[in-house]
Design a protein around this ligand. Structure first.
Ligand code: TEU
Length: 514
């Protein structure tokens, strides 16, 4: 494929926005779509290419929007359909693509489809969800366990007294699973895609994409074989979704949340050229801070997925502790360099470009069912000393506590500081944009010294990352000049021999071969 034909979702960088926590335009303490639109220039200045928005559809918010009660309307908390249109238009005007979240596995229990489905056993929509009789003794139909088990494991089944049957919910009881084995369900959900595609949306992040294929016989999960997800039927369903995207012009895309913690199980999703365009890799996201572990995981994925597949790397999202909390502040700079220089499409979670950490949430302010509030703390835009305690996120009381470091970590405070995390992200993204080898070049890991992960991109340049809090020898073959270091003091253009180079603690470098 010629460089000019590379689709945007391969050459670009995607930035994830969690709308509740990004920017509040009306002072109610909760972020909204107009707030996002007003802050789009932050993304342009940062240098990303696309924005993915977590759900803002009508929802009772049992799972903060991942429980959708109307797929084709905006929840009043977030604004109106006109605000969604204005957001897409504002993004496009700035050359940014807009990706929306699509939640096909389940709906809210208040969705009209579920209200009809649960009304009587012979409602035409009964089969749109998964209903089964109790087993003897009133037990649930099988041994499937729902997610969110903070306070103990719970069956994926809830008995609905009115009709005497259990319904399936892989997540909360307020999130009943749709029955994808009934052809009416894909038909209706495809129409949801078309609704947004017609409005100009460039693609979708597909929530728990691997879960829309389940054992229709509802067999028990066994050790090493789950029956409630990743069933072979998922693949033709993903193909059908792709066909819907292909009804439209302009490289519309789908990135799947395929939460499988074994790369051999993930590989078929990544390899397929007629299903998802991209898949998130949660093996990578869940790694401990270890050079050999990252090297082995990336090498294994490149091998398993094959040269035709295009990886999608992310180190954070709205479900996982933040990078700077998991790995530490020094490593977070090295992690940023790794994320933005590997072969693949990087996904950056809002606030990671500011080096935010998880924020402590006092017990009386906990609102999430799965302990995810700390990562969802709002973005500090301006120092509280000038903008008040809402730090430019809101003029009201933010729905979750603002980081106590807002004064120092606010976007405006970091923008003028060349040593800040924000400046490092901007420099990395600018370099990536200007360097074809970083966007499209091949990947090969290099033999290197202890605690160093080093790789080559396109034969043109090398990246060497020190995972240790002490100096380490790179000990790899190659010479050239320094393009960028995570340590701002090191001057660019310095001549470097990777064999003898010693990296500072938590230092990463990008070196252009001579
Ligand atoms: O997440 C699904 C999912 O796989 C995670 O909840 C996973 O189980 C967890 O991160 C393991 O630590 C998606 C959304 O990202 C999440 O916010 C929703 O709550 C969930 O689906 C249900 O829609």
């Amino acid at each position: 494929m010629a460089a000019s034909e590379t689709p945007w979702w391969r050459s670009g960088v995607v930035y994830q926005i969690y709308p509740r926590s990004f920017a509040d335009s009306n002072g109610d303490g909760v972020g909204d779509l107009a707030g996002v639109t007003a802050r789009l220039d932050h993304l342009v200045d940062l240098g990303v290419d696309a924005v993915w928005l977590s759900p803002f559809y009508r929802s009772p918010m049992a799972d903060f929007g991942y429980d959708v009660s109307d797929h084709t309307d905006v929840d009043p908390t977030f604004g109106t359909l006109a605000d969604a249109d204005a957001l897409v238009e504002g993004a496009h005007r700035r050359g940014l693509r807009a990706i929306f979240d699509w939640v096909p596995n389940h709906t809210s229990d208040r969705h009209a489809w579920f209200l009809a489905s649960r009304s009587t056993r012979d409602d035409p929509k009964r089969s749109w969800y998964v209903w089964r009789d109790p087993r003897p003794g009133g037990r649930p139909p099988n041994n499937w366990i729902s997610a969110f088990s903070l306070d103990g494991e719970r069956p994926s089944w809830t008995l609905d007294e009115r009709t005497g049957q259990f319904y399936l919910h892989s997540f909360l009881p307020e999130q009943p699973d749709l029955n994808w084995d009934d052809p009416a369900v894909p038909e209706a959900m495809h129409d949801v895609l078309r609704f947004w595609l017609d409005r100009g949306v460039d693609g979708f992040r597909i929530d728990v994409a691997h879960a829309i294929g389940k054992d229709p016989a509802l067999g028990d999960n066994e050790p090493g074989r789950r029956h409630d997800q990743d069933w072979p039927s998922v693949h033709p369903r993903l193909q059908a979704i792709r066909h819907v995207l292909e009804e439209y012009e302009g490289d519309r895309m789908a990135v799947g949340e395929v939460y499988l913690l074994d790369q051999a199980e993930l590989a078929p999703y990544a390899r397929a050229t007629d299903e998802l365009h991209l898949v998130h890799n949660f093996v990578f996201l869940n790694l401990p801070w270890s050079a050999p572990r990252f090297r082995a995981t990336v090498d294994e994925f490149e091998e398993l997925a094959g040269p035709g597949a295009w990886p999608a790397w992310c180190l954070g999202n709205h479900d996982h502790p933040r990078i700077a909390s998991r790995y530490g502040r020094g490593p977070a700079r090295v992690a940023a360099m790794m994320l933005l220089t590997l072969r693949g499409t990087p996904f950056v979670f809002q606030g990671d470009e500011l080096g935010l950490t998880d924020v402590e949430v006092p017990p009386e302010r906990i609102v999430d069912v799965d302990g995810r509030d700390p990562v969802r703390s709002p973005i500090p835009w301006e120092p509280p000393s000038s903008a008040g305690p809402g730090a430019g996120f809101s003029t009201g009381e933010p729905w979750l506590p603002m980081t106590p470091e807002a004064e120092r970590l606010a976007a405006s405070a970091q923008a003028g500081d060349c040593e800040s995390m924000l400046s490092l992200y901007r420099a990395l993204l600018a370099l990536r944009r200007a360097t074809p080898a970083l966007r499209e070049g091949s990947y090969k890991s290099l033999e290197a010294g202890e605690d160093v992960y080093a790789f080559e991109r396109g034969g043109d340049l090398a990246v060497a990352l020190n995972f240790a809090p002490e100096p380490r020898r790179v000990g790899a073959t190659g010479r050239g000049s320094l393009l960028l270091s995570t340590r701002p003091a090191t001057p660019c253009g310095t001549e470097i021999d990777l064999a003898t180079l010693t990296l500072e603690p938590d230092e990463g470098v990008i070196v252009a071969f001579a």
